[in-house]
Design a protein around this ligand. Sequence first.
Ligand code: ATP
Ligand code: MG
Length: 395
Amino acid sequence: MKFTAFLIKYAEIGIKGRNRHLFEDALIHQMKYALKKCEGKFLIHKTQGRIYVDAEGDFDYDEAVEQLRHVFGISGICPVVYVEDEGFEKLCDTVVSYVADVYPDRHKTFKVHARRARKNYPKESMEINMDLGETLLNAYPEMRVDVHDPDILLNIEIREKIYIYSKTIPGPGGMPVGTGGKAMLLLSGGIDSPVAGYMIAKRGVKIDAVYFHAPPYTSERAKQKVVDLARIVSRYAGPIYLHVINFTDIQLYIYEKCPHEELTIIMRRYMMRIAEHIAKETECLGLITGESIGQVASQTMNSLMATNEVCELPVYRPLIGFDKQEIVEVSEKIGAFETSIQPFEDCCTIFVAKHPVTKPNLNVIRRHERNLDEKIEELVKTALETDELIVVSDF
Ligand code: ATP
Ligand code: MG
């Protein structure tokens, strides 16, 4: 028996009233984008508060499921079999063979749940439940009815056609991308920042990204790795506009003029300033980083305070309370880990001091930054001019 459609379940929370259609339209938009990547033609339609995907003709079932599993806002994907209404007896036969196909092991409890969207169907829902239940018990004596907590909830929807479904494949949850504005992700080649981008996108936020590249200290391979990571995040977040900024001269200048133990903090402050500049120009409503309290010297509370100080936009740090292992788990789940651990230097690791400050004093940092007064404005301007825009998508 072939599945020819999917019923899409989405979380109801936060989408009541006026916002509901915005949520649904954004979800449909993202689903269309995701399904474009797979073979087959799909028609997505809303009917009475439900979203269905109909496959027209042949399609790759596994691939379609895989794509839908990347669409935020979907809480469950139910594969559906459509059958023509050719009388109740025929329906009984179909349901018996559906169960045979979908459940090779039938030592299970079940419940039939019929709904009539078409009221002129000759049987009422309760009657359909009873009669189909009885048919199944006769066909498969190893099955049992459990109306409270069945292993199999067999849904029968009587519409123009009859829809049969019983399985729910979990979706990624969250909110459809595009319902929550846009933010700028500071994306490095590490484990944390792609996970941070994924988590904010999951809340419906569209993602742009900026990567600070420091050739020749960081290689083309390191840059390619960041593009690859952006592509992995874009499987969930949709196309990502990645800005690559040449940061070398700023880094060298800070190295020349400031105490080396403060290098990372001062560098991070310039990254934040530049990222914010691009964010404001591109209508982003905030910045996103992969920082987590205490992970490294530049992420102690004091250091975070120092990097935060230079920004006006809110800085979202979704990993702030995560342990490394918890971050790794998400990284593996989204398929980024293998790429993140490829051994190409990112620009922070080249210039790290042996003993970086862990409790930077803001006044001291500000004073040392003044050593940069002569050239830094010009260097930031030049760096912004190097902005190379790469549109990263999963196509
Ligand atoms: P990650 O695994 O994300 O690289 P990390 O543990 O290496 O994180 P840091 O190097 O201290 O941490 O960087 C903290 C955050 O600053 C990163 O999560 C990222 O958001 C941002 N960041 C660091 N380096 C860069 C870079 N070269 N380009 C863009 N953003 C960066
Ligand atoms: Mg890093």
